[in-house]
Design a protein. Structure first.
Length: 137
């Protein structure tokens, strides 16, 4: 009944330990990839909601800030999100939308208005005009 010294030193059964350890590591990597993918999905969803809400606000911009922001909040609510900040200046609607999905919370900003209308900051000249590469100095 005593174990032979050569039997004690054999590697028999050690593959099971390596397989189990590899399975645990692979499950951890898989969980991390899934978590990252879900976070990216929530960020893209927040961007889409912000875009749609900004378009809705810009559509109602001439009716006043209250109506425009109410339209944006309605669109965001229908998408399971909320408008955090809504600003309407002239025909331009600028807002932030927040989406919560599971443990993830993402926020995105969007601006919408008619084609050809300048953004309020650019109209005031707060941004310098873009420079070409040959003008660097």
């Amino acid at each position: 009944m005593t174990a032979n010294l050569s039997q004690l030193r054999s590697d028999r059964g050690s593959a099971s330990v390596w397989v189990a350890l590899s399975a645990v590591v692979l499950c951890g990597v898989f969980a991390a990839v899934l978590g990252f993918g879900q976070a990216v999905h929530v960020r893209h969803r927040a961007g889409a909601v912000a875009d749609l809400a900004a378009l809705a606000a810009a559509d109602r911009a001439l009716e006043g800030r209250a109506d425009a922001c109410a339209a944006a909040r309605g669109v965001a609510r229908a998408q399971g999100a909320q408008v955090v900040r809504c600003t309407v200046r002239g025909e331009i609607a600028d807002l932030d939308a927040r989406v919560r999905w599971g443990p993830y919370d993402a926020q995105a900003r969007a601006r919408a208005g008619p084609v050809g209308s300048a953004a309020p900051e650019a109209a005031r000249g707060s941004r310098p005009p873009p420079r070409r590469a040959d003008q660097a100095g």
